[in-house]
Structures are given as structure tokens and as C-alpha cells.
Design a protein around this ligand. Structure first.
Ligand SMILES: C[S@@+](CC[C@H](N)C(=O)[O-])C[C@H]1O[C@@H](n2cnc3c(N)ncnc32)[C@H](O)[C@@H]1O
Length: 259
């Protein structure tokens, strides 16, 4: 039985605001960077960290195979389920797994796994388990797409930045982002500071924090090799994290070895 695995959900606050600030950008990037690979899947797609379903919808729309959406956060999954509820065609193509992928029981073959905008939030000691879980669920020769995480390093001088404000009714929703070093293991603490303003008046403030670990490209490549992956011919390795790289925009392609 699969039961919810996120009693202490790091996305409990962010989920409400996630699509508002990221929905359109991430949808566009997923169309540009993932749709063609999804169209090439002949068996099934495993989406690790489906979140609110922004990418799930693109994968499902671009492919003819089932999409297995794995999402352990109840808050994120609530938005995902609302998206599935609203779209009958999507509901027919997506199966939802309410657990981390290491615990997901897949009984269908998948020849494409996407792990995009996820891996930086996985602690380094948990990453080898993540890669082996993916290798175990992909058919031999199946492809894993993983991205280099976005702007993971604190900006020079530790400046914060703002996402474009969004209007809901006659309220303005804003989000400020702060990244700070947060531990000897190189982890960073990302904080999103949300505010809702009605004219000059602030009617609500919320804050959500996450840890993220910059990927070391050679260490990641070694982990992937140990888990049974080989870089797809003619493609680039996982990139070093770099200021300004946005999620989805630097993808690395690995194949599950056949042996
Ligand atoms: C930053 S969100 C990105 C969501 C979605 N990929 C997107 O780009 O909109 C990262 C998501 O990965 C999920 N996640 C983290 N670790 C995971 C794991 N081991 N297995 C499956 N999902 C995981 C989190 O719950 C979260 O919803």
C-alpha cells in the first residue's frame, strides 16, 4: 500500500503560490525542452517530483503513453489532483504515486524518466538511492533526463531577487527569493517570502524555506555510472551549477545500461 510520506511537508506553504509564480514559465520551458523526448517514449514515462503537475501536463500532452507522476508532498499533490480533476483527458493518462520514487511501486514499463527541477533538493547522501530507484524502474536502454539545478549559488553580494508580481482579483501577489549558505556540506537555504498587497496595504505574508545542494558534476556522473547509467551518445554531462541557469534549461541525458 502507498500512503502519504510527507508528514513534515516542506512544500506546505509554497504549493499554494507555486503555479502563480512558476506555472507559465515552467510550462513553456517544459514544452521547449521535454516535449520532444516525451513524444519519443514508446512504453511509459516516469516523472519524478511531479509537483503541481505543470510538467506532467506537458509530458502527457506530448506523448501517447501513460505518465507515472510521483509526488510525495501532499500540498503539491493537492494542486496536481485539482489539475487532473479539471481535465478529463489528462486524468485518463496520468497515474499518481503519493510517495518518494524510492518507494513507488511501479508495475508498468517505462522507457523515459524525467527528474527535472528536483535533484538539487535531494540531500547528497540520498542521491545514490534516488539514481538506483530510477535505474530499477527504467527498462534497459531507457532514458533518464536530469537537469542542472537553477540559480543555486547565492548571488554576488548575497542580493535577494523578486519574481514578477501577479495580480489576483485586485490584489498583488509578490515573491522575494533569498539564498544563503547553510551548512558545512555546502547546502544552501532558499527562502521564498510571499506577500499579498491590496493597494498600499499588506494583507498577508508567508515564508517558505528549502535546503538545496549544488551538484558537483563529476561526483554526479560517478553516482549515475555506479547506478547503471551511461551518458547518452553525443550529449553533455550534468553541468556545474552556475548562476543564472534556469531549471529545465540545461538537461543531461543518460541511458540505463543494458547489462
Ligand atoms: C521544486 S519542486 C519541482 C516540481 C516540478 N518538477 C516542477 O518543476 O514544477 C520539487 C518536487 O520534487 C519532489 N521530490 C523531492 N524528492 C523526491 C523524491 N525522492 N521522489 C519524488 N519526488 C520528490 C518534491 O516533493 C517537490 O514537489
Amino acid at each position: 500500500m502507498e500512503t502519504d510520506s510527507s508528514p513534515d511537508d516542506p512544500y506546505r506553504t509554497a504549493a499554494e503560490f507555486y503555479d502563480l509564480f512558476h506555472g507559465e514559465t515552467y510550462r513553456r520551458r517544459a514544452v521547449g525542452h521535454l516535449a520532444a523526448s516525451a513524444a519519443g517514449s514508446a512504453l511509459g514515462i516516469l516523472e519524478v517530483g511531479a509537483g503541481t503537475g505543470i510538467v506532467t501536463e506537458v509530458l502527457a500532452r506530448s506523448s501517447t503513453v501513460p505518465v507515472h507522476a510521483v509526488e510525495p508532498s501532499r500540498a503539491m499533490r493537492t494542486v496536481l489532483m485539482a489539475r487532473l480533476s479539471a481535465l478529463e483527458w489528462l486524468r485518463g493518462k496520468v497515474r499518481v504515486y503519493p510517495v518518494a520514487v524510492q518507494r513507488a511501486r511501479l508495475d508498468a514499463p517505462v522507457d523515459l524518466a524525467t527528474c527535472v527541477n528536483v535533484v538539487a533538493t535531494v540531500a547528497p547522501e540520498e542521491r545514490p538511492g534516488l539514481w538506483s530507484a530510477l535505474a530499477a524502474r527504467l527498462v534497459p536502454g531507457g532514458m533518464l533526463i536530469v537537469d542542472a539545478p537553477g540559480r543555486l549559488a547565492p548571488l554576488p553580494g548575497h542580493r535577494d531577487w523578486r519574481l514578477p508580481a501577479v495580480r489576483v482579483g485586485d490584489d498583488d501577489y509578490t515573491a522575494a527569493v533569498r539564498v544563503r549558505p547553510a551548512g558545512a556540506d555546502g547546502r544552501l537555504r532558499w527562502t521564498y517570502q510571499y506577500a499579498v498587497r491590496h493597494g498600499e496595504r499588506t494583507v498577508r505574508e508567508e515564508s517558505a524555506s528549502f535546503y538545496a545542494w549544488p551538484l558537483d558534476p563529476s561526483r554526479t556522473a560517478a553516482e549515475l555510472a555506479r547506478a547503471g547509467f551511461a551518458r547518452a551518445p553525443g550529449t553533455a554531462p550534468v553541468a556545474a551549477y552556475a548562476g543564472g541557469l534556469a531549471p529545465f534549461e540545461h538537461l543531461a541525458y543518460y541511458l540505463r545500461r543494458r547489462d
